[in-house]
Design a binder for this molecule. Structure first.
Ligand code: FES
Ligand SMILES: [Fe+2]
Length: 374
């Protein structure tokens, strides 16, 4: 391996980074995917001005939060705390206690279904209301009330804990989609992979609409025909692909969708049945946590197509590695000079802008209704 090449440094050419990634073992690759980049450029230098989009976002996997467990989190440029009460429900609050600001993610304790602050032991419920002060008979009236500012609406679906983020505290506008494959006895447990990308949510989501990059970044010989539909807060696409396998060419269908800004999913049928549930969560305007959770039909994963099933996951993750290297260095071009072959990038942007709050984005709020195919 060439020791002179620093794969974390944004001044290293993507081609050199991709080349080095091939030699990393599993643990080193997993580390690289989550490490901070060196010499990254500022948001101003990179033209990143859009706010973080609102939506349902993955906080953690369900199995990362046991009953009675407290977890510090950092998303939406905020410190948060998650805990699971004795009733089994996950809850998410602002990490800083509203009393005198202790960080409850470190040293906070679960008491029944509430969270007990480590500093003066005030107890908070999942709605952000104080339920008990052990040394005082009275609770300040404002603290007795639920708080939309401090408390996050949560859902537990598809093996993830989701929280609703809206910068103006508007309640959820739609629900989290549920997949019946997840947890079904015929389907495997999740195979999990994760990345921190030093780029905004919108750039990552735009990848699927950027047709030309599949050839130039991922080396896909021919970009397959596709059909993309935009409908309110949902975007779906379908493409038919021929995959070269050791058993010859297999034809299959890839269907993918996005519900809101934070919940993309991809379903592979025909080759070996696979569902990829993705959690994309903004850490900041220019940093995003991406989780890939794969479940596959056990009959495929454990049968003669097992090799293909594993190779598919590996290839999808390799594509994400390739994209990450570009995203970590990329500038946002507000009005790009698009040409034929670039894919429906403008349609995608008009769709995505519905997830930004504030007067300048209001005109996009209904999303778009349109189908594009090639
Ligand atoms: S700071 Fe939390 S109870 Fe006082
Ligand atoms: Fe890509």
């Amino acid at each position: 391996m060439n020791q002179a090449v620093d794969i974390r440094d944004t001044r290293t050419s993507p081609v050199l980074v991709w080349d080095q990634l091939k030699d990393l073992d599993k643990a080193a690759l997993a580390r690289w995917r989550m490490e901070p980049v060196a010499n990254g450029r500022s948001m101003e230098e990179r033209g990143i001005t859009a706010p973080m989009p609102f939506g349902w976002y993955a906080m953690c996997y369900s199995d990362e939060l046991e009953v009675g467990e407290v977890k510090p989190l950092h998303y939406f440029e905020r410190d948060l705390v998650a805990w699971r009460g004795e009733d089994g429900r996950a809850r998410v609050l602002d990490a800083y206690c509203a009393h005198l600001g202790a960080h409850m993610g470190y040293g906070g304790k679960v008491d029944g279904n509430c969270l007990q602050c480590p500093l003066h032991s005030w107890r908070w419920d999942g709605d952000g209301a104080c339920t008990d002060i052990p040394y005082s008979k009275s609770i300040p009236p404002a603290m007795k009330k639920p708080s939309r500012e401090r408390a996050y609406e949560t859902r537990e679906v598809n093996g993830f804990v989701w929280a609703w983020y809206h910068p103006e505290n508007v309640p959820p506008k739609y629900e989290v989609v549920e997949f019946e494959e997840v947890g079904h006895p015929d389907w495997t447990e999740y195979e999990k992979h994760e990345w921190i990308v030093y780029g905004p949510m919108q750039t990552i989501a735009e990848n699927g609409a950027d047709s030309a990059h599949f050839k130039y970044i991922h080396g896909v010989a021919n970009y397959p025909n596709y059909e993309i539909s935009f409908d309110g807060h949902k975007r779906t696409a379908k493409m038919h692909v021929d995959m070269g396998t050791p058993q010859g060419t297999v034809s299959g269908t890839i269907a993918y969708g996005v519900d809101g800004a934070g919940q993309p999913w991809t379903r592979f049928t025909g080759m070996c049945e696979t569902l990829l549930v993705t959690g994309v969560t903004p850490i900041a305007r220019d940093a995003t946590h991406l989780r890939f959770a794969f479940t596959q039909l056990k009959a495929d994963r454990d049968g003669p197509r097992g090799g293909l099933a594993r190779a598919m996951i590996k290839d999808i993750c390799k594509q994400l590695d390739q994209d990450k290297v570009v995203w970590d260095r990329q500038k946002y071009i507000e009005s790009p000079p698009l040409c034929a072959g670039d894919g429906p990038i403008n349609d995608f942007r008009n769709f995505f802008r519905q997830f930004y709050a504030g007067p300048e984005w209001e005109k996009y709020q209904d999303g778009i209704t349109r189908s594009v195919s090639r």
